[in-house]
Design a protein around this ligand. Structure first.
Ligand SMILES: Cc1ncc(COP(=O)(O)O)c(C=O)c1O
Length: 355
């Protein structure tokens, strides 16, 4: 009989890869831990999840993931504090969003205890992999995809839910220059933009490559209809500071309801920063850049927490955002990471102890 943690069966790896890992020089998401959580949907229900050795999976070439892209995922992080206590950040929000994404892709939703108990069991088994170094964390990737067979364009009858983890260093790669998109769209009304569906990201790669060829690092997505409204920054939500007001667009069919975004809104409001959640036009931002009232732009997401933007291109013109001290970006990033890593009080109840 294998061991059980939180009712989850554990099949331990025979060897560990951990001794080959340089925890002082971690990149992002490239090294995977010794174990993963695996759970199959078959015969009309989710079967009991198990922690198993991290290993390749075998799929039938007709599996519907390959043909119809039925796949959704999440991104979250675990942190270890100075006392070796392990913390997650708003994990139930990731669980709920995974099911929101699944529903939209006609994938069966997961029970909460399979997700939460499975995740906690995996983190216990791979606890030594959770970095303690400043800025590092264990990046967690839960995902669900259609493993069921057949070329008929309809939802699969079998699925796999996996959680895999990668110890990761700081995502910060300096300030980025972005291109405001005038042609391509990542999402549309009635579409799947609000879901973390794999295909959304595949669709972003080509326009992003074009932007990189032009000397930018990221694309600012605009609405598919008019390209006049600013929506997201690459795979992050976007915040724009005009004078002292922090502005972000409202969530919709087209925008992912980011957990960092909603945490930033709440945190900023609690610190007395004026926040507006409203549609924001490209012309308003161009005008603000011209008259000097555009103080900051930054992306917000789990990987980087905040990712400051140094300037943007639009209609063959480049606009710089002058450097300033005491940015909202660094203030908000510090407060959020201090809460995440148990370095400060958590008045919002966002931190979640893994025990
Ligand atoms: C398209 C998109 N927008 C926004 C976000 C930010 O969401 P969160 O803060 O929950 O990571 C992500 C990343 O998860 C994303 O993929």
């Amino acid at each position: 009989m294998n061991a059980l943690i939180n009712d989850i069966e554990i099949i331990k790896a025979k060897t560990t890869k951990i001794n080959d890992v340089d925890f002082d020089n971690l990149t992002f998401g490239k090294i995977l831990t010794d174990h993963m959580l695996e759970c199959d949907f078959k015969d009309g229900k989710w079967q009991a999840p198990k922690v198993v050795p991290y290993q390749p999976i075998t799929l039938d070439p007709s599996a519907k993931i390959f043909h119809y892209g039925q796949s959704v995922f999440e991104g979250m992080k675990a942190y270890k504090d100075a006392n070796d206590t392990v913390w997650l950040f708003r994990p139930l929000d990731n669980f709920k969003r995974l099911n929101i994404s699944s529903k939209r892709l006609a994938i069966p939703e997961l029970p909460e205890d399979y997700f939460m108990n499975g995740l906690k069991a995996l983190l216990k088994v791979d606890s030594d992999w959770i970095p303690r170094n400043e800025g590092s964390s264990l990046y967690i990737r839960p995902f669900v995809f259609a493993s069921g067979k057949g070329f008929h364009a309809s939802p699969a009858d079998e699925y796999k839910f996996i959680i895999a983890c990668a110890p990761s260093g700081s995502y910060f790669s300096g300030k980025v220059k972005v291109l405001i998109e005038e042609k391509y769209s990542r999402s549309a009304n009635g579409g799947v933009g609000f879901a973390k569906a794999g295909g959304n990201y595949a669709g972003q790669f080509y326009p992003t490559q074009l932007a990189i060829e032009k000397g930018y690092q990221q694309v600012i997505w605009t609405d598919d209809n008019t390209h006049e409204y600013i929506e997201e920054a690459g795979a992050m939500n976007i915040f724009i500071r005009i004078n002292d007001t922090l502005i972000t667009g409202p969530t919709s069919d087209r925008i992912l309801d980011g957990i960092t975004r909603k945490s930033i809104i709440e945190l900023a409001q609690s610190k007395g920063i004026p926040v507006e959640v409203r549609k924001i036009t490209v012309s308003e931002v161009v005008e603000a850049a011209k008259n000097g009232s555009l103080k900051e732009m930054f992306g917000a997401g789990t990987a980087a927490v905040v990712s400051p933007i140094s300037g943007f291109g639009y209609k063959n013109e480049d606009y710089d955002i002058p450097e300033m001290e005491d940015t909202y970006a660094s203030f908000l990033k510090k407060h959020i990471t201090d809460i995440q890593t148990n370095k400060s009080e958590d008045p919002f109840g966002w931190r979640y102890k893994v025990e």
